[in-house]
Design a protein around this ligand. Structure first.
Ligand code: F6P
Length: 365
């Protein structure tokens, strides 16, 4: 009798609501329908370097649909092509990809499902070229992965961010303040745009539209004159002033995301207080947007993506990522995914709708 095929699953990059739902879907389908064995690689690519993995049984992946985080652990630092090694207190970046590929061959993996964002999928693409049979599943709250209209995690993040915006409204109104809510989104403003619209933000600042502090101050004053003595500003962490730069909290050389962003909300708050004379407070939603249980929408999407990824493994559609385009599941070459990030087009219908109801994007004086 032929040996059962063995398929690996790993989760890379930042955690995201719905990761466990994908793991569950991939593993259950491979076990039940395809008669394959499944192994979970620990902590993303780190587990491949360190040779840490575990067999996943049907029971192991039962009851995890609603869980946040990932039962496998993850890492947004481990990259086999630039692996950080501590030598006498000094970090050295080493290419350990050859031994990782050897390790995968030794494990006799018939396929490796890599669930991750742009960084993880770019590494997956390189590993595929180096001979690893990879299927990608797009993951990120940022919704910025090329080749797919939507990623799981995004809906959950927008839902949490919207609740945050809703909650600052009361203080803004009661104290006649400017309340700034800083949201995630490094290069793409999808979360800020959607949560900003859903939460009724008066001013929404996106990485795609460099802002003018004077235009924002003018909008706040205009609202005051009209009797609205408060303003809600929703700002993506990657928003920057026209001609200026993003606010970097810290550079992390060994990370796949080297610039850790954060602080634009506080910086803008100080500026606006001086420019308008109005009291201003900033709330940074940060990792609250990535934590906890996925929404029903994300659970469904994760299940669809995961089951399709299992089919792709069986059909040996390697070097491909499952995506959603115009409401249909599609396969997209990893090559076409790893070439940048999907930002908000300046003519996006939601942007236009928001402008048409008076939402300011900080770009008009
Ligand atoms: O890419 C997802 C994301 O949540 C970004 O929006 C954010 O800039 C980054 O990850 C934060 O990463 P970390 O958890 O490493 O701080």
């Amino acid at each position: 009798m032929a040996a059962r095929k063995k398929v690996g699953i790993l989760t890379g990059g930042g955690d995201c609501p719905g990761l466990n739902a994908v793991i569950r879907a991939v593993a259950k389908k491979l076990i039940i329908e395809k008669n394959m064995d499944v192994v979970g690689i620990k902590d993303g690519y780190d587990g491949l370097v360190r040779n840490e993995y575990t067999k996943l049984s049907y029971r192991d992946v039962s009851g995890i649909l609603t869980l946040g985080g990932t039962i496998l652990g993850t890492s947004n630092i481990a990259n086999p092509y630039r692996y950080a090694i501590n030598k006498g207190g000094r970090l050295q970046l080493k290419d350990v990809s050859k031994s990782v590929v050897r390790q995968i061959k030794k494990m006799r993996l018939a396929g490796l499902v890599c669930i991750g964002g742009d960084g993880t999928l770019a590494i997956a693409n390189r590993m595929f070229k180096d001979g690893v049979p990879i299927v990608g599943v797009p993951k990120t709250i940022d919704n910025d992965i090329m080749g797919t209209d939507i990623t799981f995690g995004f809906n959950s993040a927008v839902t949490i961010a919207t609740e945050g915006i809703d909650r600052v409204h009361t203080t803004a109104q009661a104290h006649h303040r400017i309340m700034i809510v800083e949201l995630m989104g490094r290069t793409a403003g999808w979360i800020a745009l959607h949560a900003g619209v859903a939460g009724g933000g008066d001013i929404i600042l996106l990485p795609e539209i460099p802002y003018l502090p004077a235009a924002i101050a003018a909008e706040v004053k205009k609202r005051h004159t009209r009797g609205s003595r408060f303003s809600i500003i929703v700002v993506a962490e990657g928003a920057k002033p026209r001609g200026g730069n993003v606010v970097v909290q810290r550079m992390v050389k060994e990370s796949t995301i080297q610039a850790r962003l954060g602080g634009v909300g506080l910086m803008l708050g100080e500026q606006l207080e001086k420019m308008t004379g109005l009291e201003t407070r900033t709330v940074v939603m940060g990792h609250l947007q990535r934590g906890g249980s996925p929404t029903a929408f994300d659970r469904v999407l994760a299940t669809e993506l995961g089951t399709r990824a299992a089919d792709m493994v069986e059909r040996e559609e390697f070097g491909q990522m499952v995506g959603v385009q115009r409401g249909q599941l599609v396969s997209v070459a990893l090559e076409d995914v790893a070439c940048g990030s999907k930002t908000v087009p300046l003519d996006h219908p939601l942007l236009q709708s928001a402008r048409s109801i008076g939402t300011c994007f900080g770009d008009e004086g």
